[in-house]
Write a protein that binds this ligand. Structure first.
Ligand SMILES: C[S@@+](CC[C@H](N)C(=O)[O-])C[C@H]1O[C@@H](n2cnc3c(N)ncnc32)[C@H](O)[C@@H]1O
Length: 427
């Protein structure tokens, strides 16, 4: 009897000893790094069960299965948009209700409770769009093994960000913001004679809601948009769907209502933005790949790669530039416009300055139009090499621009983005 209980005790001790480090790590993560750690822990568990349950492509398993931009996360987040937004407004109402009675009276005189009601009202209107996105995703992607898998933790922030992208990409309100950044890019492409464009392939990595890719396809190029965030691609599907989007300005969103800061008045805060200002369709000239650019494509396949506000999202900029170089045909053209807003906190493996990015481009095998470049042997190619004299459209320059800005806000964030054109020099 004694022998049995002492062996039970040692087994128990051994189990506790093995489990203890895991328990300590778990408690530490959950208590001290609440949001990120909890999310990534849950995502890790979901990822593990998915790996056991299915065979899926390397890309899907690695990035997309249950990651932050995955289909289940995006669908669940859009699906729960109304509930999570209303929870936020309830938290604001609770906060207001805790002030002393006389202040509450002042708030009432200011119309603050009405303002919260209005916020609820417009969130319900936004939910008509998010519901449409979910319905379409569930019907078009019903074959996807995780189309109906609920996600544990939704991401309201990314849904709100996507709503702002409808303004940037597909509204009259966004025309000015788009104009500044699209024009330099489209002007280079317009230099190609119209009759040659149909035989040329253009790739737009990190295509967001797809307006730039659509504009390029409208010029007559065979254009592929590639984007790994389902928060974006479900939005693009919604726009391109003949079931969901039939007319110009058919839908309206209220994208600024979730953030009361920097507003001059409530009309600005709750204003509706109709979209789309043009009705796009997938077709012979416009294709969407829902996947990772770094794992996509064949060598020497594209005439142009167009990166807009994209290269700085790379965790490894060397891989990104090498991949752009690989996908281009010999003497193919890379058009880039964007800032250098690296993912911070050590997540990006390199965070380079503009000078360094341009030097890297030379090392990878690009000649930046109008620039002195150093190749991988360390040899300089002079700025005035006749081949590298750019047409005006190809001149490297700084473009002051915004990104999903609220035109009427009391705060504006201005980028001094850099535009350049690179030519693939070597294999
Ligand atoms: C800053 S946003 C820019 C979106 C769009 N180009 C624009 O200017 O509106 C960068 C986009 O690139 C996407 N992205 C980042 N890395 C990617 C990759 N490796 N493959 C595909 N998409 C990627 C992100 O999901 C995001 O939508």
């Amino acid at each position: 009897m004694n022998n049995t209980s002492s062996s039970d005790l040692s087994t128990l001790k051994a189990v506790v000893a093995c489990a203890l480090p895991f328990l300590i790590i778990l408690v530490f993560y959950v208590i001290f790094e609440p949001e990120n750690a909890r999310t990534s822990f849950i995502e890790m568990l979901q990822g593990l069960s998915f790996r056991r349950a299915t065979r899926w492509t390397r890309f899907t398993r690695h990035r997309s299965a249950f990651g932050p931009f995955s289909l289940p996360k995006a669908i669940t987040s859009y699906d729960q948009y109304l509930e999570t937004s209303l929870e936020n407004i309830t938290a604001m109402r609770n906060s207001y209700s805790r002030i002393i009675w006389s202040h509450k009276h002042v708030g009432y005189e200011l119309g603050y409770p009405e303002k919260l009601k209005q916020a609820e009202h417009v969130v319900k209107l936004n939910a008509e769009v998010t519901r449409g996105i979910v319905d379409l995703a569930r019907s078009e992607l019903s074959e996807h093994p995780h189309c109906n898998t609920p996600y544990v933790q939704t991401d309201l922030g990314r849904v709100q960000e996507s709503l702002k992208h409808f303004v940037r990409d597909w509204s009259e309100e966004g025309a000015q913001e788009r104009g500044r950044i699209f024009e330099p890019i489209l002007n280079v492409l317009k230099d190609v004679p119209v009759e040659q464009r149909g035989g040329m392939k253009v790739l737009v990595p990190g295509s967001g809601l797809g307006r730039l890719a659509w504009e390029i396809s409208e010029l007559g190029f065979n254009t592929t948009a590639i984007e790994f965030s389902y928060f974006m691609t479900l939005g693009m599907r919604f726009l391109c769907s003949p079931q969901k989007t039939l007319n110009v300005n058919q839908h309206t969103i209220y994208p600024y209502a979730n953030w009361f800061s920097h507003t001059r008045n409530n009309e600005d805060l709750f204003r509706g933005i109709p979209f789309p200002d043009a009705v796009p369709r997938f077709g012979r000239n416009l294709h969407l790949i829902e996947g990772d650019f770094l794992e996509y494509g064949h060598a020497d396949e594209y005439d142009f790669v167009v990166s807009l506000f994209f290269i700085d999202t790379s965790l490894n900029i060397i891989s990104t530039l090498q991949h752009i170089h690989k996908l281009l045909k010999p003497a193919g053209t890379w058009i880039n416009l964007g800032p250098l807003l690296w993912t911070s906190g050590g997540r990006a493996q390199l965070e380079l300055s503009l000078d360094e990015v341009l030097r890297l481009a030379g090392m990878v095998g690009f000649r930046i139009e109008g620039e002195e470049v150093q190749d991988h042997n360390g040899d300089n190619h002079a700025r005035l090499d006749p081949v590298s004299i750019p047409s005006d459209n190809k001149k490297r320059r700084t473009v002051e621009c915004e990104y999903t800005a609220n035109r009427l806000a009391m705060m504006r964030w201005l980028y001094q983005a850099e535009f350049w054109v690179g030519t693939k020099l070597k294999q």
